[in-house]
Design a protein around this ligand. Structure first.
Ligand code: BGC
Length: 901
């Protein structure tokens, strides 16, 4: 009897254990947000994983990680480099590696298992890995090499480098570590290596240059040739709107180190040195703004293969350039992400042959053509057609954006440029031998390879198109750095644009590594007094800087990444830079705590609705008011950031500073009746959302704000006010007004461009007038700043909000705001913990609100308009759940329904 009982208990325990281990799984192992990255140069990279379970209220109580230098050691558990042991912790993201110190080019395999809230353990995950890069400068044995070239003050041809070598033994693994001054493409044995484009990326080149690591094990054979093409790019090409070039240097250069490990345990390293040969080739000119000129008659077939006759090539020469500044690439590589076929071939009134992709993209056009040697096809790129329907390029300003391909003749030829990109929807084709067909042109979309993480959709197709335009403008402007626009003679990392859009960006795509990379350059380019240049990387060495709402990117962007990804590391890493910016404002503003125009030039509410537009009265928000509001905001964030990373004294100091600024602001800019001295939507949005208005005046200010919106019946805001506008209206319980602004289809408003057929976000509210007139001068059709409305769509309309005290969606605030005539809205979002859903639908007098929380998170629900209504809550299977509160719900799916009137 006793034996039977023990047996029964034992089998029950085993059954339970089996059942639970089958339920909680550990998947999606990443290192520094990346899946199996190679070339990590962080000593303690952070590891994250996701729990997967169909059960409700699943959380992690403990974890255990093992790491080894080989799969077999990881399996056997022998010679592990790290054994965390069982760690009682709910932390499943950003767990720093704490094992044995690692050397250069080592691969670390790791796996993890977790204990759930009931103390039951999962199976071990599948293993993942990361590989270290070259961790110290002395590990770089290769030399910077270049081509002896005459100095020139305009574009020169791209350079081709090559070297042959043989391999006698059987290869275990081979890695290429490569970087350049200029842009490079690496080739081995006739093939381009890797999918990366625009390498080594754009950084503050004088202070750091990224290198890339490629696994080339399978590309090598007995006889080999390694080669690279190097072009001007951001380093030596034209950059900025002042017509200048070569801001970082006038000599292109390559550095490459190929490590071959043989199966017998020996190794060989091939380095760039004077043995390499160099030559010009078919790329006559390649410039980011101006485009590429390629003469296929000058091609050198076999240049990147063994056995090529290199007798006419010159020897490369060494270039004395620092190797200390080489850093691994821990951001997101640029790749060709998508191809788009033209929807139409147009003959314009002027007789131009124009292909329409139907979508404004960034990238280039692939051309298919056959003809005689010397035939020349010219491709030009434009975002819009003018009023008459002709090809319009005036808004590209000095950027030529022209690719010229000279045919070698014979069979069909295919051309794609190497080191240029264009922002365009329309392609003008000139000189094509014969008649180009739709199939002869393909739009190639290129940008940083960000994982799509979120989407917002609703019952209104125009708003869905707006969301599509926001996503596209993000894609088109996330090309290694966050650019203002992708088409004209600018395309630089304008800090203000990046700042206002950063939270929206985190909803659409996984952008943590992208901003992490850019913020390093921001910190490096910051001036000794803390001043933040207007564009990062700052090719002009602080030509312009210290501007309110632009410089604040130093504080706001790290805070945004911390909020969206729970990334404390970025606060630690950026803290000095954040603090320097706030100290800078503090020093400049002096005893009165007013940070204003007297002290520095400011852009203000850039491109706000303006009175010069006929038929409307204008709105102008004082720049001084904006500056002091932002001063308070950044000091407040800095104080919170200091608290997060345990700098208590700083936290208090900056809290006090923020309070002082708030007092100064109140005195200077708010009347005792709660009216702001700049009586504008932007001023009220800033005052209310930055909490600058004394509590007893909030109601009055809110009333003034609402009255202003009501009297204009449209927005009047620019880059500064727009991101805050609808959010603030929602916060003062005026969703009706927020939706009125959103739904407006005339200028100025978000849907006006949509009704005009826009496929991206415009820089100006009225970039193109209803009659087709295009505003002259600075006028981009692809500027994401106004797309910052996306944050409100996700967080308020659909209802997915971050809890500032449990960031990274560890605790999720669900708070939808139905309104504006919408009958449904939905967000699906892949957070660092897993997929979150927040989706509502109004049907037959009822609202159904569905939420999904991933394991290891919790959430609280604020049901809109619920009052004392009876709420029915169901689970995934439609079973009624007996919930009497909606706070701290555990993982799983819940559907709430109640009457809606
Ligand atoms: C850019 C911006 C930028 C602005 C600064 C423009 O030329 O395109 O978007 O923020 O200048 O005022």
């Amino acid at each position: 009897m006793k034996v039977l009982r023990v047996f029964l208990i034992m089998s029950l325990v085993m059954f339970q254990a089996y059942r639970v281990s089958a339920q909680v799984r550990v998947e999606n192992l990443v290192c520094e947000y990346l899946t199996n990255p190679i070339g990590i140069d962080i000593a303690s990279p952070r590891l994250s994983w996701k729990l997967v379970s169909e059960d409700y209220s699943v959380s992690q109580a403990a974890y255990e990680i093992k790491a080894a230098l080989s799969v077999s050691e990881l399996k056997s558990g022998k010679n592990l480099v790290w054994k965390s042991g069982k760690v009682e912790s709910a932390q499943s993201v950003h767990v720093p590696y704490q094992g044995r110190p690692l050397a250069s080019h080592q691969r670390v395999y790791w796996k993890v298992r977790v204990w759930d809230q009931n103390g039951r353990v999962s199976r071990w995950s599948n293993h993942a890995y990361w590989e270290t890069g070259l961790l110290q400068a002395p590990d770089w044995k290769a030399n910077w090499i270049t081509m002896a070239e005459p100095k020139a003050d305009s574009s020169l041809p791209s350079q081709y480098y090559r070297k042959e070598f043989s391999v006698a033994k059987s290869i275990k693994s081979a890695r290429a570590y490569v970087s350049s001054l200029g842009l490079y493409q690496l080739h081995i044995n006739g093939k381009k290596v890797g999918e990366h484009l625009f390498t080594p990326g754009f950084t503050s080149y004088k202070k750091r240059i990224q290198y890339q690591v490629y696994d080339v094990t399978t590309m090598l054979s007995d006889q080999n040739a390694i080669g690279a093409i190097v072009g001007d790019g951001w380093y030596r090409g034209y950059l900025g709107w002042k017509g200048g070039r070569s801001y970082y240097g006038d000599q292109l250069s390559l550095i490459a180190q190929l490590h071959i490990e043989y199966k017998d345990g020996t190794a060989q390293v091939i380095n760039t040195d004077e043995d390499w040969k160099v030559s010009y080739g078919p790329i006559l000119k390649s410039d980011i703004y101006n485009g590429e000129q390629y003469d296929a008659r000058l091609e050198m077939p076999g240049w990147d293969q063994p056995g090529f006759d290199e007798s006419s090539w010159k020897s490369a020469v060494k270039l004395d350039h620092s190797k200390e500044i080489l850093v691994a690439t821990n951001g997101l590589p640029v790749k060709a992400i998508e191809e788009i076929k033209p929807i139409e071939k147009i003959i314009t009134p002027k007789g131009e042959v124009v292909f329409d992709l139907g979508q404004n993209i960034v990238g280039w056009a692939r051309l298919k053509v056959s003809g005689k040697p010397g035939d020349q096809v010219t491709l030009k790129f434009a975002e819009v057609l003018d009023k008459e329907g002709n090809f319009f390029t005036k808004n590209l300003r000095a950027a030529d954006a022209t690719d010229i391909y000279t045919l070698k003749g014979g069979k069909e030829e295919v051309f794609e440029p190497h080191f240029t990109f264009h922002g365009f929807r329309y392609i003008l084709v000139e000189g094509y031998p014969g008649t180009p067909a739709l199939d002869d042109i393909t739009g190639v979309v290129i940008h940083s390879d960000m994982a799509p993480t979120g989407n917002f959709s609703c019952s209104d197709s125009l708003i869905n198109q707006l969301q599509s335009n926001i996503r596209w403008s993000q894609r088109d402007n996330f090309l290694d750095i966050p650019t203002d626009c992708p088409q004209r003679d600018e395309r630089v990392g304008w800090t203000g644009d990046a700042q206002v859009f950063s939270m929206t960006a985190t909803f659409n795509f996984g952008v943590a590594p992208f901003y992490t990379k850019w913020l390093k350059d921001l910190a490096l380019d910051q001036q000794p007094d803390g001043e933040v240049p207007n564009v990062i990387p700052d090719m002009w060495d602080n030509h312009l800087g210290g501007t309110t709402a632009w410089g604040d990117a130093a504080v706001i962007v790290p805070w945004t990444i911390y909020q969206a990804y729970g990334d404390v590391g970025i606060l630690e890493e950026q803290y000095a830079s954040m603090k320097a910016w706030v100290d800078y404002m503090n020093n400049k503003s002096g005893d009165d705590f007013l940070w204003n125009q007297k002290r520095k030039h400011h852009w203000g509410d850039w491109l706000s609705f303006h009175s010069t537009n006929p038929g409307y009265s204008g709105a102008y928000t004082e720049k001084d008011l904006i500056a002091t509001a932002y001063f308070n905001y950044s000091a407040t964030i800095l104080s919170k950031a200091a608290a997060v990373i345990g700098k208590k004294k700083d936290a208090e100091y900056y809290k006090q500073l923020a309070d002082n600024v708030k007092k100064a602001f109140t005195k200077e800019y708010i009347t005792p009746n709660g009216r702001m001295v700049s009586h504008t939507q932007t001023a009220y949005a800033l005052g209310l959302s930055f909490d600058l208005i004394p509590d007893d005046l909030r109601e009055e200010s809110a009333r003034y704000f609402a009255e202003d919106v009501e009297s204009f019946k449209h927005l009047t805001t620019g880059f500064v006010g727009t991101p805050l506008l609808c959010k603030t209206l929602s916060d003062i319980d005026r969703d009706d007004l927020a939706f009125m602004l959103l739904n407006r289809k005339e200028y100025p408003g978000w849907l006006y461009p949509v009704t005009q057929g826009a496929t991206t976000i415009w820089e100006r509210w009225d970039a193109q007038r209803p009659d087709g007139t295009i505003i002259d001068g600075m006028n981009s059709f692809n500027h994401y700043a106004y797309g910052a409305i996306g944050e409100w769509l996700y967080s308020h309309v659909a209802g997915l909000q971050i809890d500032e005290n449990a960031p990274g969606y560890k605790h999720i605030l669900f708070g939808p705001h139905p309104g504006g005539g919408l009958t449904s809205a939905k967000v699906e979002f892949e957070s660092i913990y897993g997929k979150i859903v927040s989706s509502w639908r109004i049907e037959n007098g009822k609202i159904n609100y569905e939420i999904v929380l991933p394991p290891n998170t919790s959430g609280s629900v604020d049901l809109p308009g619920v009052g004392t209504k009876q709420v029915l809550v169901k689970d995934r299977a439609g079973k009624v759940l007996n919930l009497n509160r909606y706070e701290n719900l555990g993982s799983g799916k819940y559907v709430f329904s109640y009457d809606w009137d």
